[in-house]
Every structure is written in structure tokens, then in C-alpha cells.
Design a protein around this ligand. Structure first.
Ligand SMILES: CSC[C@H]1O[C@@H](n2cnc3c(O)ncnc32)[C@H](O)[C@@H]1O
Ligand SMILES: [Zn+2]
Length: 436
């Protein structure tokens, strides 16, 4: 049976191309879809099953976290203040070797999804191991989940070689065929861990199965330099020669990217996942985001994993993304508040090839949306909600979250997940990891 809910909001931010804020409007939610956005007067004639009044709130699209490793919440705070390769080689990869399993990935992903949903993130583009566990966590949480199937040349707890990563990924994906909230994605880890042959195979498989490709690219100066010495080419040029640069690709980081490479990214129609917090914390550098936007590259926003951020907080990262761009270029007009909101919503949706389904509030789109309560002291007075969402609000002001029309957070409480169980599981994993 169909159900209609009227949501009266103080402000509706549809995330149209140009900044637009609708004051005192009503969103008509019909099952999983947005039926219409109307004035309060027009809403009086609509028969609804339920009416929700959010007079102090902004209703806006759910946030799309374009790059993460959900299960790494269980490694949060284990290794800080290190550069990427030291962090990976000497801390994270050894810890993953000891602990990563199907159960670890499931519990870590649920913990991450609880944190993300409470903070207004409705979609995660993940990449990790034990993909069935990530998908199950997404379905349990009611979160839109892109399950990145990692591929590396070296053995991990999950697989022994690239062929086995691929074989296991395909088998795990089969179980979730037809699940609306779950999609599988190829995730070759990085140019320095994946061979030419494997990249070629990934491109073919992505075409064959109609999957996206998600890869860490140009994250550090070391990555670029080692590619030049090993392959005689910078990573992007190498990947272009292998056919990887196409509209299926979501390139995470792209920090060390020159003018020619920005132009190439635009020409090939790839999307970029900008991870400002992880790039700062691992001291990787500052990605040229304004140059990418100017060139027409589709740039979304990601948190990266909780072991390198260390929070899965898209509000914090929107703010940081806007601030570091200005500080780096000494140009205050770089990466404006609305640009960063687009990155966190519609651009992320476009990168995931869901631009016609989510990422903005429009009639006919799926209802992935959040309400942000601006009545807090820290967000008063309200001259411009766009400014507050980026520069003043924090994730704890997210009061309601809907995914596909379902309220998965209501008045700051998770409706599907048991918070006490999640906390107990996190503590049990901490004890296990400390004891190892
Ligand atoms: C293929 S995803 C799983 C793999 O990636 C590692 N990882 C996490 N964060 C980063 C990063 O910023 N750059 C490169 N690799 C990263 C993670 O620990 C897993 O081993
Ligand atoms: Zn990453």
C-alpha cells in the first residue's frame, strides 16, 4: 500500500545547478520517491498519511561519501601522525593481516554506517575486503552501499593473487543481484599495487558487468616518483594507456596532479573523490580542486577510512575542503560553500552514475535526504543556510535521515541498528586487537 508523508521544512535546499533555497516549503514523500516540492499553501490540498513539521531545519539531499573503507573504523586511532607508506607498510597492513575477516568487516562496517548515517551520509562508496560482509552491513543499516571489490597483486587474508580477488568478488556479488541499495564496483587498490595486465582485465570486466572502477590515484609524491622510475610514466599516463581513464573511473585523491593531468581527467570524463582530511593527516598534500572544477572534472567528496581521518564526518570534511582550497591558493573565492555542497551531494551521485536517481531533491528522484536542525546556538542567526551547512553546522545537528524513503534516523536515533550492540561489538574488537 502506498504511503504519503508531507515534510514541512523551514528551508529546502534542492541542490539545483545554481544556489537555490526554498523558504517554508513542503516536500511530498510518496513511498521511496519524492513526489513534489510545493508551497505550504499548495500542500493544504494534499491528503497525506503523515505530516512532519521541521520549521527550524534544512531539508537537503543525503550526503554521498565518495571514498571510504568502512571496516577500518575498527583500526581507528591505531596509527596516527605518519605518512601514507609508513602508515600502510608498518602499521595498517600488518594489523589487517592479523585481524581482517568476514566478521571484522561486518562489525566494522556496521559501526561505520551507524556513524555515517547519524552524520547525514546516505551513500557510501566503499573499498575493502570480504564484500559480502560489507553488503550485508549496508542492507542491515539501510544505507546505499557501493561495495568496492579490492584487487591487489599480493596476498591478504582475503585472497592470494589478483585472479583470486576477482574470482571471489564475482562469487560474492552474485548473492546480492537485484538488491536496490547495493551495487558492486571494481577497486584495484592503486597503481603501485596493481599490474598492467590486471588493470586491463579490470577495464574489460567493468565493461562486461557494467561496474564502476574505484582506485587510489596520485595520492602521494612518492607514488608519482616511483611510477616514473618503474614504468617511465606518471601513474595517470600509464593508466590512460591501459584504458582505465574513462567515465566509469572514480579516482580517489588525485593530489599530485598537474595542469595537463587535470585537462586529461576532464577529457576522459573520470570523476575524482577528494579526501581533504586524509590528505592533510597523512601529509599527502593539497589536491588542485578549483582547477579541476574549472576544467569541468566531476569532483565528489570522501572521508577515506577512519584509520586516516579519523572520523567519518562529511560536515567536517565539507568545511575543511572549502578552507584548505582557499588557504592553499590564497584565493577566498576558491571552492565556495555551494561548490563543496555540490561535491558532497549531486557530484558524488553523478560519479556513481546515479545522478538521475539521487543527489538532489527533485520530483521523481529517490528520497535519500536529511534534515539539519539549525536552531542550535552555533547556527544562529540564519542569514544563509548554505553558509551554515558548510562553515558552522556540525554532524550532530542532523536530526532525520531517509534512504530510499525510509527513515533510518529519526530525531537523532538509528531506527534499524541497535546502538548498544554496535558499541559492545566495538569494545570486543578493541580487546581482541589489544590482546593480539
Ligand atoms: C583496496 S582498499 C583496501 C586497502 O586500502 C588500504 N588503504 C586505506 N586507506 C588508504 C589510502 O589512503 N591509500 C592507500 N591505501 C589505503 C587499506 O588499508 C586496505 O588495505
Ligand atoms: Zn582510501
Amino acid at each position: 500500500m502506498s504511503r504519503t508523508t508531507l515534510i514541512h521544512a523551514g528551508w529546502i535546499l534542492p541542490m539545483a545547478d545554481e544556489p537555490l533555497v526554498l523558504r517554508d516549503h513542503v516536500l511530498v514523500l510518496k513511498d521511496a520517491h519524492i513526489e513534489a516540492i510545493v508551497t505550504a499553501e499548495q500542500a493544504q490540498t494534499i491528503v497525506a498519511d503523515e505530516t512532519l513539521h521541521l520549521p527550524q531545519h534544512v531539508l537537503m539531499p543525503g550526503l554521498v561519501n565518495l571514498h571510504g573503507h568502512s571496516a577500518m573504523t575498527l583500526l581507528r586511532g591505531l596509527a596516527d601522525d605518519l605518512a601514507l607508506m609508513d602508515w600502510l607498510n608498518n602499521h595498517i597492513w600488518p594489523a589487517e593481516g592479523k585481524h581482517v575477516s568476514d566478521a571484522f568487516v561486518h562489525d566494522g562496517s556496521v559501526l561505520a554506517m551507524a556513524e555515517m548515517l547519524l552524520g547525514g551520509t546516505t551513500t557510501i562508496n566503499d573499498m575493502y575486503f570480504y564484500h559480502g560482509a560489507v553488503a550485508r552491513a549496508g542492507l542491515k543499516a539501510g544505507m546505499r552501499t557501493f561495495v568496492g571489490c579490492s584487487i591487489l597483486e599480493f596476498p591478504t587474508n582475503y585472497a592470494q593473487n589478483s585472479a583470486q580477488y576477482i574470482e571471489k568478488s564475482l562469487a560474492e556479488a552474485q548473492e546480492f543481484t537485484g538488491e536496490e541499495l547495493v551495487q558492486f564496483v571494481w577497486a584495484p587498490h592503486a597503481p603501485y599495487t596493481v599490474s598492467d595486465d590486471t588493470f586491463r582485465t579490470v577495464v574489460d570486466l567493468a565493461d562486461k558487468h557494467d561496474w564502476l572502477i574505484h582506485c587510489h590515484i596520485h595520492e602521494t609524491a612518492f607514488e608519482v616518483e616511483s611510477s616514473v622510475s618503474e614504468h617511465g610514466k606518471r601513474p595517470l599516463a600509464r593508466l590512460d594507456g591501459l584504458g582505465v581513464l574513462n567515465p566509469r573511473l572514480i579516482a580517489a585523491h588525485m593530489v599530485h596532479t598537474n595542469v595537463e593531468e587535470v585537462a586529461l581527467a576532464a577529457e576522459r570524463g573520470i570523476s575524482v573523490a577528494h579526501n581533504p582530511a586524509s590528505n592533510m593527516k597523512l601529509a599527502s598534500g593539497c589536491a588542485p580542486i578549483q582547477a579541476m572544477l574549472d576544467a569541468g572534472v566531476n569532483v565528489g567528496l570522501g572521508t577515506d577510512g577512519a584509520a586516516s581521518n579519523n572520523k567519518l564526518d562529511m560536515f567536517a570534511d565539507m568545511r575543511l575542503g572549502a578552507l584548505i582550497a582557499k588557504g592553499f591558493s590564497q584565493n577566498p573565492t576558491d571552492v565556495k560553500a555551494y561548490d563543496v555542497l555540490k561535491m558532497a551531494t549531486i557530484n558524488g551521485a553523478k560519479a556513481l552514475h546515479l545522478g538521475d536517481k539521487i543527489g538532489s531533491l527533485e520530483a521523481g528522484k529517490q528520497a535519500d535526504m536529511i534534515a539539519v536542525d539549525l536552531s542550535a546556538i552555533a547556527t544562529q542567526p540564519v542569514f544563509d543556510p548554505i553558509s551554515h551547512l558548510v562553515y558552522a553546522a556540525d554532524r550532530n545537528q542532523v536530526s532525520h535521515v531517509w534512504v530510499n524513503g525510509e527513515a533510518v534516523v529519526q530525531n537523532r536515533v538509528l531506527t534499524r541498528l541497535d546502538q548498544a550492540e554496535i558499541l559492545a561489538n566495538a569494545e570486543a574488537w578493541q580487546r581482541k586487537i589489544v590482546a593480539a
